[in-house]
Design a protein around this ligand. Structure first.
Ligand SMILES: Cc1ncc(COP(=O)(O)O)c(C=O)c1O
Length: 357
């Protein structure tokens, strides 16, 4: 049993979903044949982009081949010399690498610390365009960014707020459109990044924002310009997944599983407080501890990969446990029993993780 996948809604391995995608893909070309700007532009790309823009409450969207390519393209295109970018300390590697491709001055603020961000913004006012970037749900910690406060700060400092909703799409808001949508402030973000490789059970990604931003990316984002357009197959997979993701039954099942996980972990001293996401970081510390625990769990039939530097900061190696819509309460409690037994056998003391504080 795997408890470290990002297939949060259980779509990627669902035979009925797979059959629906195959049916929708029948007769389609297997590849786009070229980049969008050469001969690879398809009506289906543009139709999906329109749908994604509406879903995320933005004017326009642009497809990329992956979330990594989306962040690389977005920041590489957006950030010019003289600009300033303000990035949460725990942002994903694709954001960090994207910022490296741009030519702006980079200011890293302490994780989720709005006061620290404000101080940096005040200090570096007037350095061209100011961009604030955060994940909405942090990929390795499962906690949420203080988005309402970030929206307010971005407005006050006239900064462009970029929100990576990779681990939020499908899980928050009435139609699963992400944390921004759940807060009713989709339109306040300057750009939203989303991937198809997680809740949507496919592969690929998009950036949504203003029509002007889309235009800029079409012309300047190197991972868009110099890369083959997404295959019609992957477009079809997303088109089939979207109504399922929007509908909400799987979202409800995923949150039920998250509730079971938080409660079962808390009952044994591994967790504190409610589940705010589907990602539960367990045990922090030296890489050997996380690797040993991962190995012991695998021997008991549970696959939870150990996460080590450089994916997470030094001495915060962990098991990143995730739940999925398809999990039963028995699966969750069986896993937590195995976790407890494995930790005891290795002499690893319990340490309560949390999504808050
Ligand atoms: C926050 C975040 N952004 C972007 C990505 C990259 O997405 P993709 O896997 O589609 O390249 C990830 C993947 O783990 C992620 O966690």
């Amino acid at each position: 049993m795997t408890l470290c996948s990002n297939d949060y809604l259980g779509l990627a391995r669902d035979p009925a979903h797979s059959a629906a995608v195959m049916a929708a893909a029948t007769g389609l070309a297997t590849g786009a044949g070229a980049s969008r700007l050469v001969s690879g532009n398809l009506a289906s790309h543009e139709a999906l982009e329109g749908r994604l823009a509406a879903w995320t409450g933005q004017e326009a969207a642009l497809l990329f081949s992956s979330g990594y390519a989306a962040n690389a393209g977005l920041f590489g295109a957006l950030l010019q010399e003289g600009d300033a970018v303000f990035s949460d300390a725990l942002n994903h590697a694709s954001i960090i690498d994207g910022i490296r491709l741009g030519r702006a001055r980079k200011h890293v603020y302490a994780h989720g610390d709005v006061a620290a961000l404000e101080a940096l913004l005040a200090e570096h006012r007037g350095e061209g365009l100011a961009v604030i970037v955060t994940e909405s749900v942090f990929s390795m910690d499962g906690d949420l960014a203080p988005l309402a406060a970030l929206v307010e700060v971005a407005e006050r400092f006239e900064a462009l707020l970029v929100v990576d909703e990779a681990h939020a799409l499908g899980l928050y808001g009435d139609a699963g459109a992400g944390v921004l949508a759940s807060l009713g402030c989709s339109a306040k973000a300057g750009a939203v990044v989303g991937t198809f490789g997680k809740s949507l059970g496919a592969a690929g990604a998009f950036v949504a924002g203003s029509s002007l931003l889309r235009e800029l990316l079409v012309n300047r984002a190197r991972s868009f310009v110099f890369s083959t357009a997404p295959s019609p197959f992957s477009v079809a997979a997303v088109e089939v997944a979207l109504p399922v993701v929007e509908a909400g039954e799987r979202r409800a099942a995923a949150w039920r599983a998250a509730g079971w996980m938080a409660a079962a972990l808390e009952a044994r001293g591994w967790w504190q407080g409610p589940a705010r996401s589907l990602i539960f970081p367990i045990v922090g510390g030296a890489p050997e501890r996380a690797v040993a625990l991962s190995g012991a769990l695998l021997a008991r039939g549970y696959h939870v990969q150990a996460i080590r530097p450089p994916t997470v900061p030094v001495d915060t190696s962990r098991l990143r446990v995730t739940v999925e819509a398809t999990m039963t309460e028995e699966t969750v409690s069986g896993f937590v029993e195995a976790l407890d037994a494995s930790a005891r056998s290795l002499g690893i003391e319990r340490r309560a993780g949390s999504h808050v504080g």
